[in-house]
Design a protein around this ligand. Sequence first.
Ligand SMILES: [Zn+2]
Ligand SMILES: [Zn+2]
Length: 385
Amino acid sequence: MIWIWFGVRILDFRIMSKDYYNILGVDKNASQDEIKKAFRKKAHQYHPDKKGGDEAKFKEVNEAYQVLGNEKKRAQYDQFGSAFEHAQAGGGFHGFEGFRDFSNFSEGFNVDMSDLGDIFGGIGDIFGFGGGRGRARTKKGADIQVSLTVEFNEAVFGAEKEIRLNKTVQCDKCEGSGAEPGSKIETCKTCGGKGQTTRTQRTIFGNIEVQMTCSDCSGEGRAYSQKCAKCRGLGVYRDTVNLKVKIPAGINDGGVIRLTGQGEQGRKGAPAGDLYIQVRVKKDARFERVGDDIVSEADISFTQAALGDKIDIETVDGPVKLKIPEGTQSGTSFRMRGKGVPHLKGKGPFGGAHGKRGDHIVKVHVKTPRNLSRKQKKLLRELGI
Ligand SMILES: [Zn+2]
Ligand SMILES: [Zn+2]
């Protein structure tokens, strides 16, 4: 254990320059109630599952709340300002990374679990509990974000697409361990088996001895006598991979698909991050999408409008007959039920609940005749309409 002059044990010392009050948008004198309210608002706003969400900001907001939402940590933060970094005697608080360990998670978050309600369902995935305690020291691989453009019809009915990714993958030679096959496990020379290294850091408070997780053994205290030659002991290497992605029927432009564990592989057997695919939907000149409805326009003649007719309307299912009733006015909209986009959520043959789909709405325009012949004009006048 290393003590510095103000009596706080530093666990993982990183200089922090974030203004947590600013991040939550609250005053320095804000009450716990105001802080909690601000946190909830921002967490909902930035939640990555939401449209317009922002994972980086979401993490930042969580980090800020962990400190300001806890009286003790807040006091330390206020006292030591930007030099404060997770300085806490009991450990258990390692910033965002600490969430991987569920015990830390519940400690840091027991206040908010009930407050967050529905958004909490998604947090476990984002924070990757999958690592488990035994891997608490190994760093999960980074998430990857890519965008993928699909045709209008592919977004409507779903599709399977292949994407090419350059990412870190598990080394097949050492199966991610980083050890040359046949090499022995020995005590890590860098940290002497302690799993941590000590370094002196010069700060405004004077010199601080900082304990850091050993980078050679990732804190395990053990190392292999020979590093894997293929991955230089990292357990991973970069490779180009082709990945099949299922585009769900009904996805809208900007929708995000998350593929758990398809991000960057973590080093030395640590779990992989997630892959976020933002779907961009190409425009179709014939159709406009409004929610799960598809809107198109059609021209009808003066005679069709007056006398009624059956006309072909181009829909995503192909041409469909639409009955134009007698006396239809220009600008009238007709709704063709179930010819729109499948509802994304729920199950069913179209991916929607009971196969339910939006509608196709046709707005008709009556074309007033131009360049009439003298005879046509005469007849129209005779009709007197
Ligand atoms: Zn290897
Ligand atoms: Zn070591």
